[in-house]
Design a protein around this ligand. Structure first.
Ligand SMILES: *Cc1c(COP(=O)(O)O)cnc(C)c1O
Length: 392
């Protein structure tokens, strides 16, 4: 069966050119980058080329980048590192209610250690108001962590404005840009970013590698202790092949960005329009325009997301309900709750995240199949008013 993959926000396949660049570093170029003979220098050189590519992509200096094991480690390192470096036992952190668990759980952990955390609300579109950030600041505030773009509903935050508020008040601004890198332009200077987390596997790179940008002069302690790798900011022998793959993936994604984001936005908007026209009583979750190019998140009344997923899977279509981490749990998504979606509608929400392999033909096929599925499931749903059962 032909499979249509629409879960690019969860992960992406490794680009063939990325794999090609990586392969020699598993075999003939296997050296430990910390050694000084030929094999070591060769591996080290590969890493430094990847670093240049990443730094260039976000308008940073190479000395401001640290390779990590991925988005989760970068988020942990940014927030825990900034708090530790501040030397304050009762540091105050500002974040939002719709962050990825890598940020939220890190904040919960720090709360247990004595920190205070403000979880800012978002509006109905999933946007954080920079004025609210300013109001939440106090003397103890060390760091503000607001994601660049949301993984579930795709909403793109006003990071430049939030960064400006932080800068005016001498507070560190961290952004989780895992969903943004390769999909939206990133410029750490123009956007006032101090710390930024990214991950390779969301942009056609390998899993288990990512990076943390640390602005020159920003104090951020390390999490890993040991050797002197990464300018003593992250101990442990480098994931050489992974880092090289990440560098190539960033280079390819940034080069393709203008055209690809235009193409995906058009596919996305076309698909949303068709779904709205074909299926009654559905709602788009997230902002109509300030949205990741590949993100569609739809609330479907009267039916369950899980049943939609299983039915789509039978037609070879891979989608998601909310974030990969919460699927399988009965709790409604914290993101959908935060934008005011009631639990029953949150449970009936589904995310299609488009990517490089997505075509117009496939999208039309998905719209066709999806409307059939919704129709069929609604006919079976005791909640659906068309079935003669009166609810409310
Ligand atoms: C996927 C994701 C992460 C986690 O990145 P990993 O590399 O999988 O650890 C963090 N934040 C966001 C927004 C993500 O989408």
């Amino acid at each position: 069966m032909k499979r249509i993959y629409l879960d690019h926000a969860a992960t992406t396949p490794v680009h063939p050119e990325v794999l090609n660049e990586m392969l020699p570093f598993f075999t003939e170029r296997f050296g430990n980058p910390s050694t000084i003979y030929f094999f070591g220098r060769e591996a080290k050189e590969g890493i430094e080329i990847a670093r240049e590519k990443f730094a260039k992509a976000i308008n940073a200096d190479v000395s401001e980048t640290v390779f990590t094991s991925g988005g989760t480690e970068s988020d942990n390192n940014a927030i825990i590192g900034a708090v530790r470096a501040s030397g304050r036992k009762t540091a105050h952190i500002i974040t939002s209610k719709i962050e990825h668990h890598a940020v939220l759980e890190t904040c919960h952990f720090l709360e247990k250690e004595g920190c205070k955390v403000t979880y800012l609300p978002v509006d109905r579109d999933g946007l954080v108001d920079p004025v609210e950030v300013k109001k939440a600041l106090n003397k103890e505030t060390v760091i503000v962590s607001i994601m660049f773009a949301n993984n579930e509903i795709g909403s793109v935050q006003p990071v430049r404005e939030i960064g400006a508020v932080c800068r005016e008040n001498g507070v560190i601004f961290h952004t989780d840009a895992v969903q943004a890198l390769g999909s939206l332009p990133i410029d750490v200077e123009a956007q006032n970013l101090d710390l930024l987390s990214v991950s390779a596997h969301k942009l056609y790179g390998p899993k288990g590698v990512g990076a943390l940008y640390i602005r020159k002069g920003v104090k951020c302690s390390k999490l890993m202790h040991g050797g002197e790798q990464e300018r003593r900011r992250r101990a442990g022998t480098e994931n050489t092949a992974g880092i090289i793959g990440f560098g190539k993936a960033v280079e390819l994604a940034v080069a393709a960005l203008p055209a690809e984001s235009k193409r995906l936005s058009a596919l996305r908007d076309g698909m949303i329009a068709k779904l709205m026209k074909k299926i009654p009583e559905i709602k788009l979750n997230g902002h109509a325009v300030k949205r990741l190019p590949g993100n569609i998140n739809i609330a479907v009344k009267y039916i369950e997301g899980e049943s939609m997923l299983l039915n789509l899977d039978m037609d070879g279509i891979c989608a998601s309900t909310g974030s990969a981490c919460t699927s399988g749990s009965l709790e409604p998504s914290h993101v959908l709750s935060a934008i005011g979606i009631p639990p029953e509608l949150a449970h009936g929400s589904i995310r299609f995240s488009l990517g490089k392999s997505s075509t117009k033909e496939d999208m039309d096929f998905v719209v066709e199949k999806f409307s059939e599925i919704v129709d069929r499931l609604r006919k079976l749903s005791p909640l659906y008013k068309g079935n003669g059962c009166k609810i409310k």
